[in-house]
Ligand binder design. Sequence first.
Ligand code: FES
Length: 106
Amino acid sequence: VTVTFVEENGTVKTFENVDTGQSLMEVGRTNGVEGILADCGGCCSCATCHVYVDEEWREKVGTPDDIETDMLDMAEEPKENSRLSCQIQLTEELDGLTVHVAPTGF
Ligand code: FES
């Protein structure tokens, strides 16, 4: 599948032929996307993999569960469309997904 990250500074990074079955965070971190720190390694406990899901993708990506919602409350500048990218599992359905990387606060 193809996924696109827009970094905080506006740089657009698109990755093609990404394998499904991994999280969006893993794609970002493997490819050095700025702002995807993922300090906790995907355990939903650091909120440094915070992204904003583009409007047209929100429905497909879905909403965060309770644990994720609590973490997002502690993230920098949470918004309506905030998600933790380690909790977004890539599927064929998400082909074309675009997210904006949230500020890390550092
Ligand atoms: Fe830590 Fe997502 S990688 S919350």
